[in-house]
Design a binder for this molecule. Structure first.
Ligand SMILES: [Zn+2]
Length: 339
């Protein structure tokens, strides 16, 4: 990417990576918070000396401030109440760095090829979402049945997937629909393969259904959830397998086969009207009573692991990314994806 002059938004980005407020950065730079605010909005352009000083304090290469900043919206975050604003901003900043890294090494990564997005609105019904999920599977030439590896599938089609470092454990999965290369961020919880797969499919749902549009938290989240269920468990493939009663041996074997949680299977059985709402409710009560809402039986093993950024890193030292992006952040991104 070409240097595009000083990019004021990068001051904010570097500050958010550090988890600092404007006041905190001002204190460290011995400036007023107002001056920091003016750097961030571009009202004032910092001198060369100020750039050098900011780079040192914020622990980023000076060139960081001159890389073009590709913008997108705030991101599809769930449960905003659960996550502190600082953690959310930091998580978003990490995702932006992953995006920038991919932009620098763009020619070595798979071309972005998402199935054609479908414009959908607030009132899209269940049937429309099923249709979009079905079209997405067809667009990617998936065969019938379970998706072998959702993370791999996203990466093979050019989406960068990262896992949050553990110090942002309260941040759920989210995605950023950058126009040049979308980013999917999975939560730090490393022990739930079923959840990780569902999260990845949910974020794919946002990228295909919503893209740059956000019109309301609740509807958008529900639609992405329905998409994930339909994408991972296509109606025509799973309907006959699903039980109409709380048949545990059948549910356990379906969990293994489809690599989704029992909860997701039960919701799917209800939504496809294989299981009555009353049976669903009484079954979920049993699930709760047995403590299975916290820890489900039939563990599926380690979650799917992203590979693309690790692949970029394995190209060795003297990578151009190191001269533009903060190396400790690159390491954090790798640490979070590698094990
Ligand atoms: Zn979401």
């Amino acid at each position: 990417m070409v240097d595009a002059g000083f990019a004021p938004g990068r001051v904010r980005l570097a500050r958010e990576l550090n988890g600092w407020s404007q006041a905190e950065l001002a204190r460290r730079l011995k400036l007023t918070a107002q001056a920091v605010g003016q750097y961030e909005t571009g009202t004032i352009r910092p001198s060369e000396e100020s750039v050098a000083r900011m780079a040192e304090v914020l622990d980023v290469p000076p060139r960081f401030f001159f890389m073009e900043l590709v913008e997108t919206h705030e991101g599809f975050f769930r449960s905003l109440r659960r996550t502190s604003v600082t953690h959310r901003r930091r998580a978003r900043a990490l995702a932006q760095i992953a995006h920038d890294w991919a932009a620098i090494d763009d020619d070595t990564l798979p071309v972005v090829s998402l199935p054609t997005p479908r414009s959908i609105d607030l009132h899209a019904d269940r049937e429309e979402i099923e249709t979009v999920a079905d079209a997405a599977r067809k667009g990617w030439h998936l065969s019938a049945g379970p998706v072998p590896d959702v993370v791999r599938l996203l990466e093979d089609h050019g989406v960068i997937v990262i896992r949050m470092p553990l110090d942002t454990a309260d941040v759920d999965a989210f995605s950023l629909p950058f126009p040049d290369r979308p980013i999917v961020v999975l939560g730090a919880d490393k022990n739930d393969r079923a959840r990780s797969r569902f999260d990845a499919a949910h974020e794919l749902g946002h990228l295909l259904l919503h893209g740059e549009q956000v019109w309301g938290m609740r509807e958008v989240e529900n639609q992405a959830h329905r998409f994930a269920a339909a994408f991972l468990m296509p109606r025509d493939d799973i309907f006959d397998d699903l039980p109409s009663q709380a048949d545990w041996p059948v549910l356990f074997s379906l969990k293994l086969k489809w690599q989704v949680s029992l909860a997701a299977l039960l919701v799917r059985a209800r939504d496809l009207e294989k299981m009555s709402p009353a049976t669903y409710l009484s079954t979920m009560k049993l699930v709760s009573a047995r403590g299975w809402r916290r820890i489900e039986p039939v563990p599926l093993g380690l979650p799917e692991q992203p590979r693309l950024l690790g692949m970029l890193a394995s190209k060795g030292p003297n990578r151009s990314a190191d001269t533009v992006l903060p190396s400790r952040t690159l390491k954090a991104l790798l640490g979070a994806t590698a094990d």
